[in-house]
Design a protein around this ligand. Structure first.
Ligand SMILES: Nc1ncnc2c1ncn2[C@@H]1O[C@H](COP(=O)(O)OP(=O)(O)OP(=O)(O)O)[C@@H](O)[C@H]1O
Ligand SMILES: [Mg+2]
Length: 264
């Protein structure tokens, strides 16, 4: 469903993606982990057709995105729903208009269908009856739900989630994770989830890939990732800083300490 090969992107001469190879099969839930600033959001934006790479290929359902014009991209973008980092709602619009936004722009859909589709989307995320609230009146978890309702309004076949649980308390984060699983199990969407939250990664991921220094360092089932002996992977998934590694194991930059942790 998603095929990325040798994807490269630099900003002002600074390389961010340096040959990313990644695939996601239909209905798969692929989680992308990696340190802050390593290019996870940039990668998602390429898949959503919102950024053009310097080189490399992004195929959705067999179709190459990178050579398409803005107009040609439109029908493909409808297959892809994106829950942006921070939900990215319009503060001046109420929930109804935030969710309906892209349908209202389209003009081909009539008013009663728009109402039905918004109701359906709000129903999926458990936000019915909140249509008239403004984003400022909602909690972080509710905002994410509205962002998700907006993302599924075109009944996408692919869902991209950028840090869906960041900043939420563990229970609300769990309810968002359940929604991601629901989208996958009930609607068979292919999901790509960018997260720092390892609880969420293990729960929602059928596969986890780690982006590091512009490339996919490892990819495997949650179990395989937990057992991976690469110290970079172990440090990340266990949240061990370099300073703590030195304190604990006196490795002085020697990564064997992390390998020790992996064996515990
Ligand atoms: N439009 C842009 N113009 C210039 N630089 C950019 C742009 N978008 C991203 N970058 C740079 O690319 C790098 C990767 O950014 P990105 O947002 O993908 O990181 P991330 O892995 O999502 O981090 P976080 O976990 O903090 O969200 C950063 O150094 C960022 O400053
Ligand atoms: Mg990001």
């Amino acid at each position: 469903m998603i095929e990325i090969s040798r994807l490269c992107k630099s900003f002002k001469g600074v390389p961010v993606l340096q040959g990313v190879d990644l695939e996601a099969a239909e209905s798969e839930r692929l989680v992308i982990i990696g340190g802050s600033g390593c290019g996870k959001s940039v990668l998602l934006r390429h898949i959503a057709g919102l950024l053009k790479p310097d080189s490399g290929s992004v195929k959705i359902d067999g179709q190459e995105l990178t050579t398409l014009s803005e107009r040609e991209l439109n029908p493909i973008r409808k297959k892809i729903g994106v829950l942006f980092q921070g939900a990215a709602l319009f503060d001046s619009l109420d929930v109804f208009h935030n969710v309906a936004f892209s349908l209202l722009e389209e003009r081909s859909v009539n008013e009663s269908e728009i109402r039905d589709r918004v109701e359906e989307a709000l129903d999926v995320v458990g936000m019915n009856g909140q249509e008239h609230k403004k984003p400022g009146e909602l909690s972080g978890g509710m905002r994410k739900r509205v962002g998700l309702a907006r993302a599924i309004i075109h009944r996408p076949r692919i869902m991209l989630y950028d840090e869906p649980t960041t900043g939420l308390d563990p229970q609300i984060a769990d309810s968002i994770n359940r929604l991601i699983l629901k989208m996958s199990n009930h609607f068979h969407v292919t999901s790509m989830v960018v997260t720092h939250d390892m609880v969420s990664a293990y729960l929602v991921g059928s596969r986890i890939a780690m982006l590091h220094q512009g490339k996919i360092l490892v990819s495997g089932s949650p179990d395989e990732i937990q057992r991976n002996i690469n110290p970079v992977v172990q440090h990340f998934i266990r949240g061990i800083s370099e300073e703590r590694d030195q304190e604990l194991f006196g490795t002085n930059g020697n990564p064997s300490g992390a390998t020790q942790v992996a064996k515990d």
